[in-house]
Write a protein that binds this ligand. Structure first.
Ligand code: WQD
Length: 343
């Protein structure tokens, strides 16, 4: 199938482009490079040996979307483009609602006008907020606690309402994938996580300490009711997440309706457990300091991924060692991310 991938130069986007191309699909990328590098797409082509047509621009640009749908026979859209930093969303909520909600509505409107009926949407476990228990099922209460999570839930609702609209001829197919904590990198070491500025997330921060770009990790609290007092999350290899997208598309394309799945491993790992695994895989000392809790953090968040296994036949296959070893392979080959010249 011909797939439009928005945000295709980003972390999850590049890994999914590789998985799509290697599964025999054709890919067109739309990206504004606000949080990614053009070099990332060159690396995807290096891995796959196939062309990757690119449109540089915003998902919210209706005229550009109309041009893409006129120039390509798009069968489905995978929508990754958007802002994704929880802390930043608290500071600039309107930016998040414009980039994530308004732009996504424009995309859905232009898809519908062009007769493109399948959308795979990059959602997030943050739509659950602070769960009443773990593991988390798809039918748990949806109570995001920050504008980023609320923006993701708003788009989910737009998709759900569009799928169930009274216009029976719509036949829109919305596939919503709620990621837990994607980490790691493609085994080639050519693509990986390359956040701009100071990393918000744990894994890229640890990776930058290991490679010597950061002095020490600040551990945000060790007084949570968890195995060792530090936060517990469901880290999932980004290649497992990418493969989940391909399988969801293959299994559900042409089946109108709204489908929602958790993409997680079903296991929780603490901050200190991840740090120790990384130190072992990289043979690097990773200094850390316990500091105050980070506002908005929850103690534990990990998935029940049985629905994706039962309906899509998908489950994560890579373990914690695979995650930290692949992250280290990417970071050690690209100490300054895509700006590195070592590769
Ligand atoms: C993980 C754990 C922190 C950094 C967020 C988004 C989610 C998704 C992934 C987009 C927590 C601790 C972190 C640090 C630390 N993003 N930590 N020191 O908050 O679970 O999820 O990113 O989709 O939507 O909400 O991930 O990696 O920021 O934090 O101690 O420097 O690591 O307290 O326990 P999080 P994270």
């Amino acid at each position: 199938m011909q797939i439009l991938v928005t945000g295709g130069a980003g972390y999850i986007g590049t890994h999914t482009c590789v998985a799509l191309l290697q599964a025999g699909h054709q890919v067109v990328v739309l990206d504004n490079f606000s949080n990614s590098q053009p070099q990332a797409l060159a690396r995807v082509q290096q891995i796959c040996g196939q062309p990757l047509p690119l449109y540089r621009g915003d998902v919210g640009d209706a005229a550009l979307l109309q041009q893409i749908f006129a120039e390509w026979q798009i069968d489905a859209v995978m929508h990754f483009a958007g802002a994704k930093a929880v802390g930043e969303s608290v500071v600039q909520p309107l930016v998040y609602y414009r980039n994530n909600v308004t732009a996504s509505q424009t995309l859905i409107e232009m898809m519908t006008a062009a007769g493109v009926k399948t959308l795979v949407f990059s959602s997030s476990a943050t739509v659950y907020g602070d769960p009443h228990s773990v593991p988390i099922l798809e039918n748990f209460p949806l109570a995001p606690t920050n504008p980023y999570g609320r923006s993701k839930l708003m788009v989910e609702q737009i998709i759900r309402d569009h799928c169930t609209a009274t216009r029976a001829d719509l036949g829109f197919n919305g596939i919503i994938l709620r990621y837990f904590n994607p980490v790691g990198a493609h085994p080639s070491g050519l693509i990986g996580e390359d956040p701009r500025g100071i990393p918000n997330n744990l894994m890229p921060f640890i990776a930058q300490v290991a490679v010597g770009r950061r002095r020490e990790l600040s551990v945000f609290g060790n007084d949570y009711p968890t195995v060792d007092g530090t936060g517990v999350r469901d880290y999932i290899h980004v290649c497992d997440v990418a493969e989940g997208h391909v399988l969801a598309l293959t299994q559900l394309h042409g089946q109108p309706g709204c489908h929602v799945f958790n993409l997680g491993t079903g296991s929780g790992v603490s901050v200190l457990q991840l740090l120790q695994a990384y130190a072992k895989a990289s043979s690097c000392d990773i200094p850390y300091r316990i500091v105050a809790r980070r506002a908005g953090d929850v103690a534990q968040c990990f998935a029940d991924a049985s629905l994706a296994r039962e309906v899509l036949g998908w489950q994560a296959t890579r373990n914690l060692t695979d995650m930290v070893a692949s992250s280290w392979h990417w970071q050690s080959m690209n100490p300054d991310g895509y700006c590195s010249t070592t590769v």
